[in-house]
Design a protein around this ligand. Structure first.
Ligand code: IPD
Ligand code: CA
Ligand code: CA
Ligand code: CA
Length: 272
């Protein structure tokens, strides 16, 4: 499979950062870890990987700006383009020795996501997508799952960090979804969860209050794999707003319906 020059640049950066993560993953007990907030960890592995992605992308496209999880915004001369980078998505997994983590890089052009790369170095899985060019896992073209029966569906989600999300509402959603489907997975790295929807491994995924670097690369993977991506209302997707629901056309709609049912049950419980 021939990759575009743009995807090559993104892939090189993700793989180089991935090699740094692999080295640090082998010596995870020696890392310096600090907390940014409740249940929100950062280590020198995150920062080292981010430095590599920044250097590689800035060398290849010197005028483009950045939005990065650890460093924040780096303005570029070119107002059209911005890289959105999560150097280590799944830090909690990483620090616990669980090999489910990824480097996630998206490119925003005029406010729209036009390319995305997600790389899980521990499994040597590289997901790439460019607008209009399809989505790939390594060299294999991706297509979202074809399943249309809710009792067969496996959905992914993310659990809001303690003190940062609506846990009560989330429990209503969990109860609703596990009563209608084959089950739920909480993988712990949103970029991989969403890439798994593109790969047809998960039938759908929903999570609230994510950051642009968690979901932007994944969102274009799902779209380019033929899937639907929206916010919680089932309408427009805004990668800066942070809410995402995705799946094939049928599962996306079914997931929105289930989430609305959960909300209705919650409201009914409040008034009874
Ligand atoms: C986290 C992961 C997790 C999601 C959290 C994110 P991080 O990213 O993607 O799955 O539930 O909301 O913050 O901090 O490991 O890069
Ligand atoms: Ca983090
Ligand atoms: Ca993240
Ligand atoms: Ca991160």
């Amino acid at each position: 499979m021939a990759r575009s020059a743009l995807l090559n640049v993104m892939t090189q950066a993700a793989m180089k950062a991935g090699r740094s993560l692999t080295r640090d993953f082998g010596e995870v007990q020696n890392l310096q870890v600090s907390m940014k907030g409740p249940a929100d960890f950062v280590s020198n592995a995150d920062r080292r990987a981010e430095e590599i992605v920044h250097q590689e992308l800035a060398r290849a496209r010197p005028d483009w700006g950045f939005l990065m999880e650890e460093r924040g915004v780096v303005e570029g001369k070119d107002p059209q383009h911005r890289w959105i980078v999560d150097p280590l998505d799944g830090t909690t997994n990483f620090l616990h020795g669980i090999p489910m983590f990824a480097v996630s890089i998206a490119l925003e052009r005029d406010g729209q996501i036009v390319a995305g790369v997600v790389f899980n170095p521990a499994m040597d899985e590289l997901y790439t997508a460019e607008k209009g060019g399809g989505a790939y896992l390594n060299d294999r073209r991706l297509r979202v799952a074809a399943r249309q029966r809710l009792p067969e569906a496996l959905f992914g989600t993310g659990i809001p960090f303690l003190g940062r999300g609506d846990h009560a509402g989330f429990l209503y959603e969990l109860r609703q979804i596990i009563s209608e489907t084959a089950g739920i997975r909480r993988i712990g790295a949103a970029s991989l969860d969403i890439a798994y929807v593109a790969a047809g491994r998960l039938d759908g995924f929903w999570e609230r209050a994510l950051e642009p670097w968690d979901l932007s690369a994944g969102a274009i993977l799902v779209r380019e794999a033929g899937g639907f991506v929206t916010g919680m209302d089932g309408k427009k997707f805004d990668h800066v707003a942070g809410d995402i629901v995705c799946g094939n056309e049928f599962m996306h709609k079914a997931l929105i319906d289930q989430l609305q049912k959960a909300e209705a049950k919650r409201q009914a419980a409040k008034t009874s």
